[in-house]
Design a protein around this ligand. Sequence first.
Ligand code: SAM
Length: 212
Amino acid sequence: MRLRNIPGADEIIAASPYVIPEHADQKGRWRETFGNDQPIHIEIGMGKGKFLMTMAAQHPEINYIGIERYTSVLLRAVQKMEENPLRNLLFICMDAADLPEMFDRGEVDRIYLNFSDPWPKDRHARRRLPSREFLARYDQILRKDGWLEFKTDNRGLFDFALEELEPAGWKAQQVTYDLHNDPEMSAGNVMTEYEEKFSSKGNPICKYIIYR
Ligand code: SAM
């Protein structure tokens, strides 16, 4: 995601009713916040929110939470929510490394990672969202029989992500190296902003669904 410092973004995010402050006493209270007992699905590294907004509109019976580190990126999602509010979608502006401080054990029913930053240098491997360090964090917040879905066009990152599963105690339920030509796994697929961009260039999209 291209980063520009957008003047006023921090203030708009801080004042938005669609963004839950990172240090709110929020852990274990998400169902109360949404005002219902619906399942909670989160996207980590949501960017400008295209995927989540489509999902939330298609599935009013699910509550969605988008997590994005940068206010300059989240701003666009907040503006879209102002134009077209969805009662089952909220955002948090935070580093995903702190997820266990925002969600109770098992509070999340499903996790989506879409086109996560590749962090290509070996010394930055721990920052990759499908790394074993992050899988350990997801393990804390995801319901026992919940699952995680990851899509990327970056084959190097995808191979790394697959290698991380066993040491982290996760198992692959489904894997494809060409999602858009996999009739079973592409059924109901909602494209993300990056997925549209890279698949239109001819890049095949890799996807796994994992559980533990
Ligand atoms: N998921 C969107 C898509 O598929 O179109 C955006 C993909 S973009 C390449 C990755 C996004 O993840 C960026 O907006 C980045 O700021 C965010 N991100 C990366 N690491 C993060 C972290 N540790 N915590 C929260 N967001 C993160």
